[in-house]
Design a protein around this ligand. Sequence first.
Ligand code: FES
Length: 153
Amino acid sequence: MQAQTLQKIEALFEKYPQKRGALLPAIYLVQAEKGHVDSDAARELAELFELQPVDVWEVLTFYNMFYTAPQGRHHVYVCTNLPCSLRGARSLLKGIESHLGVHCGQTTADGRITLGHEECLGSCGTAPMMRVDGEYVENLDLVEAKRVIDGLD
Ligand code: FES
């Protein structure tokens, strides 16, 4: 990790009664630097926090906003929870997989898009829906989903 990131993490330690409390913001800082937090970075964090690497890895892999592998420039996540699935989300996701040539959880070869699925995003009334770089796109069908995705640089 870069010296600047290390300094920011060390500054976090003063804000928490226990070092471990600063782990989530520290992971955010490392991810902001590299785009993801791989096993080497997790080991570095573990050393810094005086934890076992598995302790850091458990946190990293619990939250879906942390990435352990390089990501595409854009994130496309289709909600596949029950209400969205009842309105066609699973076939929508399959259509997007086919359109992009990747499976859910993968990144396109050009590094443009990482495709994933989500649990309920609280927008069931406008199902099916997907989250694109943090923005909700709702009342989807495959034509609209492709239009949005094809518009990403
Ligand atoms: S089930 Fe998809 S937003 Fe709730």
